[in-house]
Design a protein around this ligand. Structure first.
Ligand code: CP
Length: 345
């Protein structure tokens, strides 16, 4: 296996060249084929990866836990609330300590704007082991790697001229992070696709991600446009990816909240804001605006009958379960490519 990525942090896809992303995708493809053939892939024997969560997870946690087992490594699940982080232990100290006991640190810290990515980079600066981003406020790079793997499985490696519609959708459950749409607009513009982003006015994304998406599109000769409705975004799309995220200004207010009561009040305001846009649902009529061969994607969990109807998510155009399985293969590819045995050289 190519060892050129050993020791590298995996924090944003933008930190990696296209060649390096393709290398990770090749490893994921190989690991998936071996998984389905029942072949062992003990690439990280006796190694340890710490999985540190500041938020809930089903797919990401299990992709990393099952993936570590299948690579011959152990994964330790850490809920930040029951570690000394809850008593104020710093990112630097946490990185130094976990790094001294194992071979990799993966972190999810996604709900508070301007915190998660910074935290991960502080941990990474303190340790020699690779730090892997399991979702932050800026990017969800293990998700978007699985997404591009899925898209290539369906449309092939040459995606030039394909259109992906990344759209906001209504959610009554909670204010979801911005990192999936931000990760999609920054990566897919590099991968040859034309990207259309759609959202109501209150749901803008981080300026730095919008700037990166525009620059990536210019450099790759692809298109990046922003529209204000799902119907226009879906027109002639090959891939539709409608999902919810939180209203930007209220997300900033939540970041600055000084008490649990204030935070709860802001969360209620975010759900009221979401409810203004209930018609932003992916249904069969909207799917007809996309190409006949279009696929429906979602990182999951999806709010059924709010973000998407059952007819669409359970229908023939939906690839969400293939996409979810690919989280396993890409998590394994990232761990196998970046983690290394001691002594580090
Ligand atoms: N898509 C995703 O990250 O799922 P989880 O939140 O369940 O990990």
């Amino acid at each position: 296996m190519d060892k050129s990525l050993k020791g590298r942090d995996y924090i944003e896809t933008q930190d990696f060249t296209l060649q390096e992303i393709n290398q990770l995708l090749d490893v994921a493809k190989d690991l998936k084929a071996k998984f389905h053939r029942g072949e062992p892939t003990i690439l990280l024997p006796h190694q340890t990866v710490f999985l540190l969560f500041f938020d809930n997870s089903t797919r990401t946690r299990n992709a990393f836990e099952a993936g570590a087992t299948q690579l011959g490594a152990d994964a330790h699940f850490l809920d930040s609330k029951v570690t000394q982080i809850a008593h104020g232990e710093t990112a630097k100290d946490t990185g130094l300590i976990l790094g001294s006991m194992g071979h990799g640190i993966a972190i999810r810290h996604d709900l508070i704007l301007d915190e998660g990515n910074k935290y991960m980079r502080e941990v990474a600066a303190a340790t020699e082991v690779p730090v892997m981003n399991m979702q932050c406020d800026v990017d969800h790079p293990t998700q978007t790697l699985a997404d591009i793997m899925t898209i290539r499985e369906i449309f092939g490696d040459d995606l030039r001229g394909r259109k992906i519609a990344v759209s906001w959708a209504y959610s009554p459950s909670y204010a979801k992070p911005l990192s999936v749409p931000q990760g999609l607009i920054t990566l897919m513009t590099r991968m040859g696709m034309d990207v259309t982003l759609a959202h109501p006015p209150e749901y803008r994304l981080m300026d730095r991600c919008m700037k990166t998406a525009r620059e990536n599109a210019n450099a790759a000769g692809t298109k990046f446009e922003v529209v204000d409705n799902m119907d226009d975004a879906f027109k002639n799309a090959d891939i539709v990816y409608p999902k919810s995220w939180g209203p930007y200004d209220l997300m900033l207010q939540r970041r600055d909240a000084r008490s649990d009561a204030q935070m709860k009040q802001i969360e209620e305001q975010m759900l009221s804001m979401n409810a203004r846009y209930k018609p932003w649902i992916c249904n069969s009529e909207r799917m007809q605006r996309a190409r006949k061969t279009a696929i429906y994607m979602h990182c999951l969990p999806a709010d059924r009958n709010a973000e998407v109807t059952n007819e669409v998510i359970d229908g023939p155009q939906s690839v969400v379960f293939q996409e979810a399985e690919n989280r396993l293969h890409t998590a394994k590819a990232i761990m196998a490519s970046t983690m290394r045995e001691r002594p580090f050289k």
